[in-house]
Design a protein around this ligand. Structure first.
Ligand SMILES: CCCCC/C=C/C(=O)SCCNC(=O)CCNC(=O)[C@H](O)C(C)(C)COP(=O)(O)OP(=O)(O)OC[C@H]1O[C@@H](n2cnc3c(N)ncnc32)[C@H](O)[C@@H]1OP(=O)(O)O
Length: 203
């Protein structure tokens, strides 16, 4: 576990100034990761040790349960702030987690929530002091593992298969949409400016 950061989201340098075949492969890999995690038969609990923007929030939402560290961390789908658009399966995953209305506000505003706000809207299930996040996640795991596996897995599939099947049947189209979007000059300019702003913030 990396302290302070659960995931900084997708590595923007993977789709900034890259060839179309490279961004195609990157997006295909992300689809694979998501489909495997969201569709996993295992119990999956995200121990969110710190910041979790965009792709990081998606990975956390793909799990069955989320424990987040308290502190000055944020979580959410902030894509609009970068001038990019969360694809339909990011949106559906968030709707399945916090509901339609909250997702609509959240996505349009590119909202990044504090741990307390995230808990209030159900984006995370529990908040814990940073040095106890893994412990809280382990305790919760014990509860989930007591449920008969076949019943839990079939229930999870009933809840998740619609989105999994939808994405699985649209993978090529989704890759095409991603690559043609991120290759646009205007989007490349926005991404370049965003990367620069991250570096400036650091110095
Ligand atoms: C159709 C298009 C759909 C695409 C969907 C996209 C999904 C995504 O996930 S896009 C990425 C969204 N992520 C972010 O907006 C987070 C950006 N990062 C941050 O806000 C911060 O780095 C932090 C809060 C996560 C951590 O802050 P801090 O500890 O201060 O770390 P630094 O800012 O010093 O960052 C270190 C280093 O990493 C570079 N960097 C950070 N995040 C990214 C990233 N997502 N992609 C690429 N590079 C990133 C940052 O520029 C620093 O680089 P160096 O100066 O070269 O060390």
């Amino acid at each position: 576990m990396v302290p302070n950061i659960f995931s900084a989201g997708l590595d923007i340098t993977e789709f900034y100034q890259k060839k179309p075949e490279e961004t195609d492969a990157f997006w295909r890999t992300l689809q694979d990761v998501f489909l495997r995690l969201y569709g996993s038969k295992l119990v999956t609990i995200a121990a969110i040790s710190g910041h979790s923007p965009a792709g990081g929030c998606l990975l956390a939402m793909a799990c069955d349960y989320r424990v987040m560290a308290t502190g000055k961390y944020t979580i959410g789908l902030n894509e609009t702030l970068l001038g990019i658009i969360a694809p339909f399966w990011f949106i559906e995953t968030m709707k399945n987690t916090i509901g339609h209305r909250e997702t609509e506000k959240s996505l349009q505003l590119g909202k990044l929530y504090s741990p307390e706000q995230a808990e209030n809207i159900g984006l995370v299930d529990q908040i814990c002091p940073p040095d106890d996040v893994l412990g809280c996640a382990r305790k919760e795991m014990v509860k989930w593992l007591k449920i008969p596996d076949h019943a839990r897995i079939l229930t999870k599939q009933l809840m998740r298969n619609e989105l999994i099947n939808n994405l699985s049947s649209k993978r090529k189209e989704d890759i095409y949409n991603f690559t043609s979007f991120v290759q646009k000059d205007s989007i490349q300019r926005s991404l370049g400016l965003y990367l620069e702003s991250l570096k400036k913030k650091k110095s």
